[in-house]
Design a binder for this molecule. Sequence first.
Ligand code: ADP
Ligand code: MG
Length: 249
Amino acid sequence: MSATYATTHNTTHTGSRSGSSANVIELDAVTRDHGSPPVRAVDAVSLTVARGELLAIVGPSGSGKSSLLNLIGTLDRPTSGRARISGHDVSTLSDAALSALRAHRIGFVFQQFHLAEGTSAVDNVADGLIYLGVGLSERRRRAVTALTRVGLGHRLTHKPNQMSGGERQRVAIARAVVGDPPLLLADEPTGNLDQKSGTSVVELLHELNLAGTTVVVITHDVELAERLPRRVTIRDGRVVSDVDSRVAS
Ligand code: ADP
Ligand code: MG
């Protein structure tokens, strides 16, 4: 694990939420326009997520969830406003620095799994370490550990087409966490799963969070969102509510 992208410690320690090194995500009036004429997919969103949180970003189709995920995941830069991820201002980093930040600090899980079909579970997961410069045998060793962690120690050499949807998503989650990223982003992780597999994937995300990973789940599924401690609801690109059941209001 490189120290390059270790959390930047703020020297001022103001104690406020803004600028604190304890925050993994700090969005300040972030806007993202797509296309021409521009469509405002994310509209002046301010959102702070502290290290160790587990939250849902919930909203209907077209509300801007994936656009927001792309900003949080540093796959995209804001049109305006400021996005700080792991203490780094996304607007000021080069593409190469953003790639390195992603490789070291962020794991992604998508609705469509995005696994290589003809490749074993171990090698699918081992691929998650390529950008960290880890050698093949060490990648495989860590992949076995990650697969065991997600309950797939008995499916190491299976290929995705020999697995259920729930198992595939577990492989995808193992790949996302094999490099121990502090932040895990999941975009509709249960969208292609039956209810039982979906529930067990959500339980797995809870377990990863309990072990210390900050987890953001993007979903249109209000019931799923209600199983998470914090729910940020977006509509038309704007945050319309932010409910945290851990804190008494
Ligand atoms: P969600 O994930 O909640 O369905 P998206 O972030 O995908 O929402 O989309 C939000 C809005 O931005 C929608 O109106 C969508 O049509 C528009 N949009 C998203 N991506 C693009 C793009 N690349 N070009 C143009 N419009 C886009
Ligand atoms: Mg989406």
